[in-house]
Design a protein. Structure first.
Length: 150
């Protein structure tokens, strides 16, 4: 799987994720299946934030020599995202903007760039792997929402 497979995964995942979150009934958008769990709106904000984080990691790896990037606290990010005060339509528009930027970023990379390594959260990671994590991450959360929220 090369650059084309990653870009295809990012492009094909976007309409699926958009349709999935668009279909969540308004009465379920603030639902928590358990105390301390995120609402669907917070999950979408988490996907957006994580895509930005992993895109940045890929950019650092692509443009630098063996960078090391510290991790981020996803719960802290969600605590400060204010997703529940936003509309789902607004969150989806932000998701689309971020995804379009991510696609453009990865389309600019050649095979050598995609293979460049760095360290993120103490673990080696390639620019390519960061992109595939983005593509798989939304599938993971959609499955959880489907199972526990809807």
């Amino acid at each position: 799987m090369g650059t084309d497979a990653l870009v295809d995964a990012l492009k094909s995942g976007a309409p699926v994720t958009k349709a999935f979150f668009s279909a969540i009934p308004e009465e379920k958008q603030h639902f928590r299946y358990e105390e301390g769990k995120w609402t669907p709106k917070e999950v979408l904000s988490h996907l957006i934030d994580t895509e930005r984080v992993f895109s940045y990691r890929a950019l650092q790896f692509a443009r630098s020599n063996s960078p090391e990037i510290r991790g981020y606290d996803q719960d802290e990010f969600v605590d400060h995202c204010h997703a529940n005060s936003r509309t789902m339509k607004d969150l989806i528009a932000e998701y689309e903007a971020v995804r379009n930027a991510t696609i453009a970023q990865f389309e600019s990379y050649d095979t050598t760039t995609m293979a460049k390594l760095g360290v993120a959260s103490g673990y080696p990671l390639s620019a390519r792997a960061a992109g595939f994590i983005i593509a798989g991450h939304e599938k993971h959360h959609a499955a959880i929402i489907e199972e526990r929220y809807l």
